[in-house]
Design a protein around this ligand. Sequence first.
Ligand SMILES: Nc1nc2c(c(=O)[nH]1)N[C@H]1C(S)=C(S)[C@@H](COP(=O)(O)O)O[C@H]1N2
Ligand SMILES: [Mo]
Length: 198
Amino acid sequence: MSMKFFEKPGPELADRVPPGQHLAKGFPVLTYGSTPAIATTDWQLTVSGLTTAKTFTWDDLMAMPQSKFTADFHCVTTWSKLDVQWRGVRVTDFLDQIEIEPQAAHVLLQCYGDYTTNLALSDFARPENFFAHTLFGEPLPPEHGGPLRLVVPHLYAWKSAKWISGLEFLAEMELGFWERNGYHQRGEPWAEERYSMG
Ligand SMILES: Nc1nc2c(c(=O)[nH]1)N[C@H]1C(S)=C(S)[C@@H](COP(=O)(O)O)O[C@H]1N2
Ligand SMILES: [Mo]
């Protein structure tokens, strides 16, 4: 039996698929290292840096406004998945719960399992970004970042931190794991910001 994992997008989808990307079959898992196991009863999200330090529990998160999202997902290794359906908490609704100091211009995202990735605050604090706990109507599976991951649809998916555990607000940019290892600081797929030129 022949297996075909990637498809060239047809003309009707060409404007949805950034240059150099192919449509994935299914939803691949891409993790550096092992998959952490976190029960929602143990789960916490801490905000630190240029904000009042605060820790949120799962119940705190569930008490925030819940929204549905449909978003395209672009991994820098060249696969894309269109119309992924999620539910969770809009980043801007989450940010309504905290006070960020005016000098904050960047955020370093921290994860269970030690992965990090960085975003400009202007790329993070957008209404189309969200913390997801549900994928296609099911609790977000651990391998896709459950119980909670960030999704940042307008940037390559390495910015969509799985098993998110912390947000550190910073005045200056601090590079995350892949950004320190040669990936682009921003990662905009339509501009093919894959690797850093530095
Ligand atoms: N904590 C953590 N988040 C992560 C990663 C990771 O290795 N660890 N991989 C990133 C990369 S490179 C991609 S493409 C997406 C993959 O998400 P998926 O496994 O749900 O497809 O998660 C991103 N978030
Ligand atoms: Mo990726």
